[in-house]
Design a protein around this ligand. Structure first.
Ligand SMILES: [Zn+2]
Length: 482
């Protein structure tokens, strides 16, 4: 045994960081330097995620939604998560002991074995176990002092393992977080400016947009804020926006004056910072003054979208997860394509509708094309189409954006128990119906599924496909709601 075992020892210690994270939970992390921020944990299987990373050098906690946590109200003794997280005793003390332990296990053991043999191994192992025992005793003491609201005695004893003991500081912090409402934990750890940026899209949605699939934990959190606080959060979106910029009132992204709508928040008109006259802004725009480089938007809202969409099978480092559901409505043209993108814990969605374009000499075809286009215009509010080959595509401007995160959570609960698709029956010809085809890429893993049920198969599969169709139709109705 020598240095080759170091990665194995590291992997075993990393495995201790796997946590259950439900869709409404929020994961917060603080690095060795700097403040807390919201992060997206790596999803491993179902709701299991690699949440804790490099503990105790990084501190990670999962702020559970109030329905999952034990919080029944603000516990006065347990408030001020921020100063508790920065406390020397017990948090820093547990972190230092945990850091020594993990260094001893991952680096000390291979070094001792390669240079001192079995005597070295026993010596380092003894030191690591002594450190773990100290951490477990310290955690047990905290557990006894804090009673039911603390770490828990059994959990404290689990820190006798040198692989688990680096997580003791996080456990103490998580125990305190569980006794507080999710909103109190997040706002306290993030600080005012970060919390406002985090909750602003949800505040905007509940105040000004409403929600089609309502009830996400973030929206409930936004509704729990006093009205005056919500107004303050929306007003602060324009803070720091310069004269030659516009800002999005929902996500506070800044754009150049040439942009009119936000690329991230479908259909949201950009605003001018207060103090700049709209006429002056229009003049500046007309005479073509180019905004300074720092004012350039990272995403141009008026850029035509890409069609066809990029190959979903090709991983994109900027996208954690992408789901596409295409629907077949028969000869008139394909049904809406639903696209959901999860990036840096933000879930957003798009819906595309398409109609075929006929050759100019085909007068019947041209007349049908006009009917189809008028239909899409009145049904989905499509005023502009991007033409690619013989397709005209419109990205649906939602009057009220669906709650994409909630939709994805419902989709996940269906996919988790999806029965296998029955083999096609060669004696059956399935007609055109409201079929769907799903592609779901998480990182590099791609999963595909499609509705195939027509005729004898399994009743479970039939129920699953019907539930999926119902879910997809909820988005279709939201897209068509004017
Ligand atoms: Zn925006």
């Amino acid at each position: 045994m020598s240095w080759e075992v170091a990665p194995i020892l590291f992997a075993i210690s990393a495995f201790e960081g796997v946590r259950r994270v439900e869709p409404d939970d929020v994961v917060l992390r603080r690095g060795p330097f700097g403040g807390w921020r919201v992060v997206s944990p790596v999803r491993l299987w179902r709701s299991w995620h690699l949440a804790s990373v490099l503990a105790p050098f990084f501190l990670t906690i999962v702020a559970q939604s109030d329905s999952d946590s034990a919080a029944t109200g603000v516990d006065e003794d347990a408030t001020d998560m921020r100063s508790f997280a920065g406390s020397i005793e017990p948090i820093l003390a547990l972190r230092v002991l945990g850091a020594l332990d993990i260094v001893l296990v991952v680096i000390g053991i291979p070094w001792a074995v390669s240079s001192r043999g079995s005597i070295g191994l026993l010596a380092v192992l003894g030191c690591a176990l002594a450190l773990s025992a100290a951490i477990a005793l310290r955690s047990a003491a905290i557990s006894i002092r804090q009673g039911k609201s603390g770490i828990g005695f059994r959990k404290a004893l689990s820190f006798l393992s040198p692989f688990a003991s680096p997580l003791a500081a996080e456990a103490a912090l998580s125990a305190r977080a569980r006794n507080n409402p999710q909103i109190a934990v997040i706002s306290d750890l993030l600080g005012e400016a970060e919390f406002r940026a985090f909750i602003r899209p949800s505040v905007y949605d509940v105040e000004l947009r409403g929600s089609v699939i309502a009830g996400s934990s973030l929206e409930e959190m936004a509704l729990a804020l006093p009205k005056v606080e919500r107004t303050g959060i929306l007003k602060s979106a324009g803070e720091g926006c310069k004269e030659l910029e516009r800002f999005c009132p929902r996500c506070a992204e800044r754009y150049s004056l040439a942009s009119t709508t936000c690329a991230e928040c479908e259909g949201i008109a950009l605003r001018l910072p207060t103090g700049i006259l709209p006429v002056l802004a229009a003049l500046v725009f007309l005479v073509g003054i180019v905004p300074s480089a720092q004012c350039q938007p990272t995403r141009h809202s008026n850029k035509p979208f890409r069609w066809p969409l990029a190959d979903i099978a090709r991983p994109d480092s900027a996208i954690d997860r992408e789901v596409r559901i295409s629907q077949d409505f028969g000869l008139a043209g394909p049904g809406p394509t639903i696209r959901i993108v999860v990036s840096a814990r933000v879930t957003r969605g798009e819906v595309y509708v398409t109609h075929w374009i006929s050759a100019a000499e085909d007068s019947d075809g041209v007349s049908l094309e006009k009917t189809l286009r008028d239909g899409l215009r009145s049904r989905y509010g499509c005023t502009s189409f991007v033409t690619v080959g013989n397709e005209a595509v419109c990205r649906v401007p939602f009057a009220r954006n669906p709650n994409w995160k909630r939709f994805l959570a419902r989709l996940d609960s269906l996919l988790a128990t999806a029965p296998p698709s029955p083999a096609p029956d060669p004696n059956l010809i399935c007609g055109d119906g409201s079929g769907w085809e799903l592609a779901d890429r998480i990182g590099t893993h791609l999963r595909r599924d499609a509705s195939r049920y027509c005729g004898p198969g399994s009743p479970e599969r039939e129920r699953y496909e019907a539930a999926m169709r119902e879910l997809v139709n909820a988005i279709n109705r939201a897209a068509a709601s004017r």
